[in-house]
Design a protein around this ligand. Structure first.
Ligand code: HEC
Length: 186
């Protein structure tokens, strides 16, 4: 009985070492295709997506949503920032593709698409704030915290929530920066 257990354990250790050696071999071999134009294997994609979603969910669950998140002032302040910093990847009612939107992998979500989302509104607001503030590792989504305070990030959260409903004209009006008001914050 005891010797059987010991044999099984020895095999497990042996297989573990073999696994680590194979992994190291693969990492050094150069066989992995790092090009952004070669999609991940389905399993890798699932792993990365699940890792991302659960990490964002856990990290953003304690974010406090400001009570004036629905105010028109936020929407109007967030618009110009979105148009200057985000549109090249996340698109707009009058911009349906860019070199970034078609060339990046993982591709940036088109934020003008109406949200088909498993998250509640509050969860989505928390996640959006967190993602804009911190960015997403290993993707093209930058952290915008350097240079932008939380209030400014909330303004963009307010704006992207309304973005899918905006017509081309409304988008143009809301994203216009009033002259002389580029850094007008609180
Ligand atoms: C250079 C390209 C790029 C720029 C510029 C960029 N993003 Fe992103 N963003 C991405 C990519 C790529 C993802 C998706 C990453 C992934 O799938 O893991 C992303 C994800 C997001 C998400 C998550 C969407 C969701 O539903 O969870 C939000 C929100 C977001 N970006 C907002 C912004 C805002 C606001 C700006 C401007 C301040 C911005 N992004 C600028 C590339 C960009």
């Amino acid at each position: 009985m005891f010797t059987r257990l010991a044999t099984t354990l020895k095999w497990l250790v042996f297989l573990g070492i073999l696994g680590v050696a194979a992994l190291l071999f693969y990492i050094y071999s150069g066989w992995y295709q790092i090009g952004a134009d070669v999609p991940h294997h389905k399993v890798t994609y699932w792993m990365l997506e699940t890792l991302r979603d659960n990490s964002i969910k856990a990290a953003s669950s304690t974010v406090e949503i400001p009570s004036d998140i629905d105010s028109p002032e936020r929407l109007l302040r967030g618009g110009p920032d979105y148009n200057e910093m985000c549109v090249s990847c996340h698109l707009s009612p009058n911009l349906s593709k860019t070199d970034f939107s078609i060339g990046l992998y993982p591709s940036p979500p088109n934020l003008t698409d109406s949200l088909v989302d498993y998250r509640s509104q509050a969860e989505r607001r928390q996640a959006h704030f967190w993602v804009i503030k911190h960015g997403i590792k290993g993707s093209a989504m930058p952290s915008w915290a350097p240079g932008h305070d939380d209030e400014r990030i909330w303004d963009m959260v307010a704006f992207i929530e309304r973005l899918p409903e905006l017509s081309v004209e409304q988008y143009q009006i809301i994203t216009q920066r009033a002259s002389g008001s580029s850094n007008h914050h609180h």
